[in-house]
Design a protein. Structure first.
Length: 92
């Protein structure tokens, strides 16, 4: 199992194979997506990881219907934190 998947499952208390809702549509989440791609300096921190179903994951990568900015806002709501809090933590 990849590290980013382990980080996500551990943070939310999920077990491998358990139903996890897509953070965009609520469907069956199957992919842990990096909000900021690793190739662009993103890491495996929980604030950079969200769970998506295949369709939403495809749409995010193709930029068709889901904007990353909207997905980030939804993810921060799932985490129960504000974007300003993340920026403050990253500066320390």
């Amino acid at each position: 199992m990849k590290n980013h998947v382990k980080v996500y499952l551990k943070h939310f208390g999920y077990s491998q194979g358990e139903y996890i809702p897509c953070e965009n549509c609520g469907g069956n989440g199957v992919d842990i997506h990096h909000l900021k791609f690793r190739s662009q300096g993103g890491d495996d921190h929980i604030t950079n990881l969200c769970c998506l179903c295949r369709d939403c994951h495809f749409e995010v990568h193709n930029g068709t219907k889901i904007k990353t900015e909207d997905l980030i806002e939804k993810h921060y709501r799932v985490l129960g934190i504000e974007k300003a809090t993340i920026a403050d933590d990253e500066q320390q």
